[in-house]
Write a protein that binds this ligand. Structure first.
Ligand code: C2E
Ligand code: SIN
Ligand code: SIN
Ligand code: FE
Ligand code: FE
Length: 690
């Protein structure tokens, strides 16, 4: 059994930025059984959204507690009622049998109920008369009971999958001893109970037909429902207040045996399992705060993927980024195939998928719509897209369910696609379909994240702008060169930090800063004359001492910026030619020379990455070396030029290097063609004369 909350507001829909977390839709709760029987309790505005996520054909049941507008207005906007391939059983309290027609006759809705395309089977509900619902092999029994609400209302006890779900509808038990005592009986033995907690003690309105949350917590202390969900929130009650309530519940929970929840749109509950995201908006606020401290989109994407998988119990997941006309595989996790620790190499994958409606991810990128596919083997033949099995065939992995969502920039342009693969059923450990509410939660996440990504994209665009200016002057300072040095520095740092046993969150944070800052290490070369920079042979002593100035010049260009990236970049620029043994330079003079661990770590890391890249790239004064030759030089210089621990780390990430170089290839058209024979023959050892 799974319970999904589509609408949790009472009285009137009240969407607003203040209510974005708990939601503004009125009551609608979905219950789906393990064999796929689908029931909805009440048809508030939340029902519309629920309908949008359903497949093209099927059968469902809607139980209406009473006819107050906030419990029925969603009905006319429910997709299955407009589809000839759907059958909807509409269960109405006996006093409401006129309601479907009344809406048309009263001028409230323009189309008579009888003309809706969907097949509707009406059923009448009476207090105490059980309704039996069967679709799969297992029976679902729904027992209506009368609640205390002006004009009458039914609550429901639902027996399915060996569990008991209770929904009170609207129900006033506050200051009514008889109703309170009855409520204890309704709740007794429930695995999940959803109750009308419109008020708290301070704003309770006697006789309006609703209760305070305090009374439900008290009633449940006697009744012992395992999960008590407070719902039907007062319209306009802001997220902040519901967060405070959540905190109180957390505290109360410690004293009782029940788990206490504030209902939230998109929340999903399974008896015996708690929803990891139920604790108020805290999780999202905390996550977005954490993400906005990262400056690098790789770190952000990695973290989003992790969070989205946690929320949907997805075994695997991929992030694609839009690059030109393609989707580029940017990130991949797969618990079955590999551990998260080795997943980072997929950050440099070069697989591309053209953006077209033929692939699932391409379809989502083109239309901006999200797709929830229960089984890729059972796609409708009418679907414009088909599942691409190449990846599964290559890896031996078996994809079944897919939840695919776009994320956007502020202008509404698709930045990328988040694809979650194989939601794991916690009971069987096997993949099953993603629950509709999961999509809702993840959409919430991707919306928040778009802002963070936009911010990091801005930072990246600034850095590219600076690099383009530099490249005009010095053809070796290209975008790909900077990307390679940044990526190698970031991976080196990660390896180093893992060896130190640093916390993953802190590693991710520093890594994301180092990647961007290291890209700017040579920016000071803009101040060095072309005659020196582009000289096709060895530099003279004077020329080289001018060249040394690029370190301090870079630092002075970058320092005084108002960003933490600029500060780190300034420090890297100043120190990246310092050597471990105390030689090297930070400028024209030898002033302020450091050695060993006095040299900032980010600069030591960048030194290794920069020299490695200079060696394996062609320069106007030398030709490209092989990776092996470059590694040999690093080994020889370990403890002299380089931090020996970092040289060790460089060997440990050796498997990543070819991927990084493939991901950011040099456009050699810009590189100088002519290399003088004597310099071309150079294969190692001799550094430039000082
Ligand atoms: P770069 O080309 O980006 O090289 C960065 C660093 O990589 C150099 O720092 C050096 O430590 C290492 N490296 C590059 N090529 C070789 C090589 O063939 N052998 C060895 N052992 N190491 C190499 P360095 O020496 O402080 O130079 C800083 C910058 O000065 C270089 O940046 C380049 O722009 C310029 N430069 C250095 N030597 C020459 C040269 O002989 N001719 C010209 N035209 N420019 C040079
Ligand atoms: C990771 O932890 O692998 C993501 C951080 C990054 O690649 O910058
Ligand atoms: C893939 O995983 O290769 C892409 C699946 C798809 O979106 O079609
Ligand atoms: Fe440099
Ligand atoms: Fe460089």
């Amino acid at each position: 059994m799974e319970v999904v909350f589509w609408g949790v507001r009472g009285s009137i829909a009240s969407p607003s930025p203040d209510a974005a977390f708990y939601g503004g839709n009125t009551t609608c709760i979905e219950l789906s059984t393990n064999d796929g029987t689908l029931l909805f309790f009440d048809a508030g505005t939340g029902l519309r959204e629920a309908g949008e996520t359903l497949p093209d054909a099927g059968e469902c049941h809607i139980f209406i507690s009473h006819g107050h507008a906030d419990h029925i207005v969603g009905l006319w906007f429910f997709k299955p009622l407009h589809s000839p391939r759907w059958t909807t059983h509409l269960h109405l309290p006996e006093w409401l049998s006129h309601i479907p027609d009344y809406f048309y006759q009263g001028g409230i809705f323009p189309v008579p109920f009888s003309e809706l395309q969907g097949r509707v089977i009406l059923n009448t509900l009476r207090d105490g008369e059980d309704v039996s619902v069967t679709r799969g092999p297992h029976r679902v029994r729904v027992s209506p009971f009368a609640t205390n609400h002006p004009g009458g209302c039914l609550g429901f006890r639902v027996y399915a999958d060996g569990a008991l779900f209770v929904f009170t509808g609207d129900h006033e038990i506050t200051e009514d001893a008889a109703a309170h005592a009855e409520a204890v009986e309704f709740l007794r033995g429930a695995d999940i109970a959803v109750v009308d907690a419109t008020y708290d003690k301070s704003d309770y309105r006697a006789g309006w037909g609703h209760s305070t949350w305090e009374d439900w917590v008290a009633a449940n202390a006697e009744a012992g429902a395992r999960h008590l969900v407070l719902s039907h929130h007062k319209p306009g009650r802001p997220d902040e207040e519901l967060d405070t309530l959540n905190k109180k519940l957390e505290w109360l929970e410690k004293k009782g045996r029940a788990e206490l929840y504030v209902a939230r749109e998109g929340m999903r509950l399974t008896p015996g399992l708690c929803d990891a995201t139920r604790r108020g908006s805290d999780w999202l606020v905390v996550l977005l705060e954490e993400l906005s401290s990262y400056r690098d989109e790789n770190a952000i994407l990695d973290r989003i993927l992790m969070k989205a998988r946690e929320m949907t119990r997805a075994d695997a997941g991929t992030i694609f980024l839009v690059e030109d006309e393609d989707l580029v595989f940017a990130y991949m996790h797969n618990d079955t195939l590999f551990s998260v620790n080795c997943a980072h190499k997929y950050a440099y994958a070069t697989n591309r998928l053209p953006i077209s409606t033929k692939s699932i991810a391409g379809y989502v990128a083109t239309t901006g719509q999200y797709l929830n596919i229960a089984d890729v083997d059972e796609l409708s033949p009418d679907a414009p897209y088909s599942f691409n099995r190449d990846m599964d065939n290559k890896t031996g992995y078996r994809t079944r369910s897919l939840l695919t969502l776009p994320f956007f920039d502020n202008a509404g342009k698709v930045l990328g696609i988040l694809q979650l693969i194989n939601s794991i059923d916690p009971h069987t450990g096997k993949p099953h379909a993603f629950a509709p509410g999961m999509g809702l939660n993840v959409r919430f996440l991707t919306q928040g994240v778009s802002r963070v990504l936009e911010h990091s994209a801005l930072e990246r665009r600034n850095i590219y702008g600076i690099l383009r200016m530099a490249a005009v002057h010095d053809p070796s300072e290209t975008g790909p060169h900077a990307e390679r040095v940044g990526s190698v520095a970031a991976e080196l740092y990660q390896r180093w930090a893992e060896r130190q046993g640093l916390m993953p969150d802190s590693i991710r944070y520093v890594k994301s800063h180092i990647r961007l800052a290291a890209m700017l290490h040579d920016i000071g070369k803009v101040g060095v004359s072309d005659l020196i920079l582009k000289k096709p042979g060895k530099l003279t002593g004077t020329e080289f001492s001018t060249m040394r100035g690029h370190a301090e010049l870079g630092a002075s260009i970058l320092s005084g910026g108002d960003s933490d990236i600029a500060d780190l970049a300034a420090s890297i620029a100043l120190h990246h030619h310092q050597k471990w043994n105390g030689t090297g330079y930070t400028g024209v003079s030898d002033a302020g020379r450091l050695s060993g661990e006095e040299i900032p770590l980010a600069a030591r890391v960048t030194a290794v990455a920069d020299v490695f890249d200079a060696l394996v790239s062609p320069r106007c004064y030398k030709k490209a070396w092989t990776f092996e030759q470059a590694m040999e030089l690093l080994d020889k210089e370990a403890g002299q030029h380089f931090d020996p621990m970092l040289v060790k780390c460089m060997h440990e990430i050796a498997g990543l290097l070819p991927m990084i170089y493939k991901r950011f290839p040099e456009n050699f058209e810009e590189a100088p063609a002519e290399v003088p024979a004597e310099d071309a023959a150079q294969t190692g050892g001799g550094t430039a004369p000082a």
